[in-house]
Design a protein around this ligand. Structure first.
Ligand SMILES: Cc1ncc(COP(=O)(O)O)c(C=O)c1O
Length: 395
């Protein structure tokens, strides 16, 4: 067996260097923990970037996968596969929308929605997106991005996409009109720094939607499936999107993405307009179904709401103790962001030394994405470590 050092060196030799890897060698995961080959245990408040909603080694997910692989691992989308239909039924039930198309990732689900919007609205109408938005890395999804850093080397991107300031009501007024085909929105921006849409912003979008009848797309890739303490981030607001984009947690750790549409847009695609060899893979759908059963049907989402409130209250207490180090605390449920005065990479390193994994996004925002099964003890442990780290850092 390779030792950890060899693997870390070989990774640099054999893989394109597009990921700045954290230099620890994970051996396995159990519950909310990741364990390294030398036996060190890490509390994982990173959750595979919001994928591992039920942590590691969840028995129901494992059993669902085992049962399905014995039947068939893959089936062409020319045939009906039961787990795909069953998970679609649940997604329709919990979203209140009408029909689902499955892909392998969030990016591909976004691409699906873009094709639907162009087919319905035509090539000329504009699509509105927001500053700091993140919708994926393919050409279509990158064209929707509100982050120049990701786009700068890749022009030309798709045309007729307008990026305006997030949460700015005047900007909406200036730019949304009858020529607007669609608006893409993360009700809570993840990659963009855990920024929650304001009530006023959403109510303005709602009234423009009534007037101009554009397609409202909720990108719930990161925020969906109970992460915010409600089924979807949009469930916190008095508005209903036309299209909902999902991925990450819905595959139980296997690649799965989905676009859910309301009835109005459910007939835009005809046979052959869109497709995918692997999209809606039966094993991924079976795993995802086990996740949805536990998060929604068994009420885990309500625990996330309660514990998420407790977590953010505790972080706000730390902010009050260190107002010169923390500038803002944001988020809902188990999707929390702590904006620091300084870049957060050194804080992330300190957490790592203390056996806690957490992410830094947008340079200075600590992004906290615990598995939805985390307990108050796990939260308290994180809080204790955070307090201890801040007490030692200079600024
Ligand atoms: C809000 C949002 N949309 C889309 C994507 C892209 O999803 P994927 O990486 O599964 O292609 C991500 C990924 O982080 C995301 O956070």
């Amino acid at each position: 067996m390779e030792n950890s050092e060899d693997i870390i060196i070989k990774e640099k030799e054999y893989l394109l260097q597009t990921y700045k890897r954290i230099p620890i060698k994970i051996s396995y995961g159990k519950g909310v923990y990741l364990i390294t080959e030398d036996g060190k245990k890490y509390l994982d408040f990173f959750s595979g970037l919001a994928v591992n909603a039920l942590g590691y080694g969840n028995q129901k997910v494992i059993s669902a996968i085992e049962e399905q692989i014995k039947k068939y691992i893959h089936l062409s989308n020319y045939y009906v596969n039961s787990p795909q239909v069953e998970i679609a039924e649940k997604l329709v039930k919990y979203s209140g929308l009408s029909k689902v198309f499955f892909s392998n990732s969030g990016t591909e689900a976004i691409e699906t929605s873009l094709k639907l919007i162009r087919k319905y609205g035509g090539p000329e109408k504009k699509i509105i997106t927001f500053s700091n938005a993140f919708h994926g890395r393919s050409y279509g999804s990158l064209s929707l991005s509100g982050k120049e850093k990701y786009k700068k080397y890749f022009a030309p991107l798709l045309s007729n996409i307008l990026n305006i300031e997030f949460n700015n009501v005047e900007e909406l007024e200036k730019n949304i009109d009858s020529e607007t085909a669609a608006v893409y929105l993360e009700f809570i921006q993840g990659e963009g720094g855990v920024r929650v849409a304001s009530e006023q912003f959403i109510s303005q979008i709602k009234s423009f939607k009534k007037k101009y009848d554009f397609i409202l797309v909720a990108d719930e890739v990161q925020s969906g499936i109970g992460r915010t303490g409600k089924p979807f981030a949009y469930s916190h607001f008095d508005i209903k999107p036309d299209l909902v984009i999902l991925a990450k947690a819905i595959g139980g750790g296997l690649p799965l993405g989905a676009m859910i549409t309301n009835k109005k847009y459910s007939t835009v695609f005809d046979f052959g307009d869109h497709g995918s060899t692997f999209g809606g893979n039966p094993v991924a759908c079976a795993a995802g179904l086990a996740v949805i059963n536990q998060v929604f049907d068994s009420g885990l989402v309500n625990e996330v709401a309660k514990l998420g409130d407790y977590f953010s209250t505790q972080i706000k207490m730390i902010r009050d103790e260190y107002p010169n180090k923390i500038t803002d605390v944001r988020g809902l449920g188990f999707m929390l962001g702590v904006e620091l005065t300084n870049p957060c990479s050194s804080i992330v390193d300190e957490f790592c030394k203390k056996g806690v994994l957490v992410n830094c996004t947008n340079e200075n925002v600590l992004r906290i994405l615990p598995p939805l099964i985390s307990t108050q003890d796990n939260v308290d442990y994180f809080i204790d470590q955070f307090r201890s780290i801040l007490s030692k850092t200079i600024s």
